[in-house]
Design a protein around this ligand. Structure first.
Ligand SMILES: [Zn+2]
Length: 398
């Protein structure tokens, strides 16, 4: 953990100034890289489209003398790993992100990638094509800065992993993410930052999904009412019970988000189901809530109840390692002349997997903007240079 000590030898203020100026001078190039990535649409469920962006991004990293490796996935797009050697013998730093988006092909027609004042808009521009652009430019800068003493070799080894299925749960990439994280000194996640001040994320909730299925017995609501067993009524009682599992003080929430059931008003419904979203702030709450969900029993014994699902992303907790990494980032930001805040958020990312393994993880290092997954998604162009400077310095020091 020595490498994570917050004792750093800060560059002189002119050095920080020089670095900021370097990225300010290249702001147009950073924007054009991001633009190129946004204009390659890559919805998670379109394998050919996601494969295309993986190939294109692999070429960009290869131009920086990284060694790309495509992990072929069967039911999702391919994942991209890029390894960079380093001058210093150290564990690699893992730069983590994803190249899939939530937007279907053709979204660009109604949501074009364009510059409007200080904003760059487009599908996935914030989440997280800009994060990939920032990685590319931070790595290129480090090679530039270290040209003389080491011919453009990075100061320390770096591994980049961009997965293809983050927006749909990371099932096909999780094992790769975890195995690379285990070999890494720390993980920097280039997901969007939080809020208008661009805070990094030092805690994320864990996420679970459950399906509660109730089976009753159908009958004619007029002729045979008493022969029926109403599954919707049973489900309604279960929903009240499930909703009561929420414990706000622990950061544990249970949301029944989708219900279905029944066929016609004149039929006593034989089936009903509810989809439930569970969020936990602490891993130690996982077993308890899981047990409560699985222990649901029918109120009406003539009904059958079936529970499937589970906790699929562990929480990212603010461990000592996470806090140390944040302290380091905050110090770098201070040198660059700004106050970097931190936030705990309810949404999960692949950083949840790496943090849960005990690997120091700092998330939300990507661009500043708003509207992820929404029609007004955008980033702030003026924030890009200092984000790039922060990432470059973290790669050197973390
Ligand atoms: Zn994302």
């Amino acid at each position: 953990m020595n490498s994570l000590s917050t004792k750093t030898s800060p560059p002189s203020s002119p050095e920080a100034q020089r670095r900021l100026a370097y990225f300010n001078d290249r702001s147009d190039q950073i924007v054009s890289t991001i633009r190129e990535l946004v204009e390659m649409e890559s919805p998670s469920d379109n394998k050919p489209a996601v494969n295309r962006i993986a190939e294109a991004v692999a070429k960009k990293f290869a131009q920086l003398r990284g060694e790309p490796r495509i992990h072929r996935a069967t039911s999702f797009g391919n994942h991209l790993q890029v390894d960079f050697p380093g001058r210093r013998a150290a564990k690699p730093l893992l730069l983590l992100g994803h190249h899939d988006t939530v937007y279907p092909l053709g979204t660009l027609a109604t949501m074009p990638c364009q510059i409007v004042g200080d904003k760059l808009t487009g599908p996935g521009v914030l989440d997280m094509k800009s994060g990939i652009g920032l990685m590319l430019h931070a790595l290129a800068a480090l090679q530039d800065w270290h040209t003389e003493e080491c011919h453009g070799i990075l100061p320390r080894p770096v591994t980049v992993l961009l997965v293809s299925d983050e927006e749909v749960g990371s099932d096909s990439s999780r094992a790769i993410t975890e195995s690379l994280a285990k070999k890494a000194a720390a993980v920097l996640v280039l997901e969007p930052s939080y809020g208008s001040q661009g805070a990094v994320k030092t805690a994320r909730k864990g996420v679970g999904d459950y399906l509660v299925k109730v089976t009753g017995k159908a009958s004619h609501a007029g002729l045979d009412f008493q022969k029926g067993v109403n599954a919707i009524r049973e489900l309604a009682r279960q929903i009240e019970k499930i909703s009561g599992f929420t414990e706000l003080k622990k950061g544990l929430t249970v949301n029944v988000g989708v219900v279905s059931g029944g066929s016609r008003t004149n039929v006593v419904p034989a089936e009903a189901a509810a989809q439930v979203d569970v969020r936990i702030a602490r891993m130690k709450d996982a077993a308890g809530i899981d047990k409560k969900m699985r222990s649901l029993r029918p109120f009406n014994r003539k009904c059958k109840i079936e529970i499937t699902g589970g906790i699929n992303r562990p929480p990212m907790e603010r461990t000592a390692g996470v806090a140390a990494l944040y302290a380091q980032a905050k110090a770098i930001a201070r040198e660059l002349g700004w106050k970097l805040g931190e936030a705990a958020v309810g949404g999960g990312s692949d950083g949840n997997f790496t943090a849960a393994l005990g690997i120091p993880t700092l998330d939300g290092l990507g661009a500043v903007g708003d509207g992820a997954h929404a029609p007004h998604e955008h980033i702030l162009i003026s924030e890009l240079p200092r984000r790039a400077a922060l990432i470059a310095a973290l790669i050197e020091r973390a």
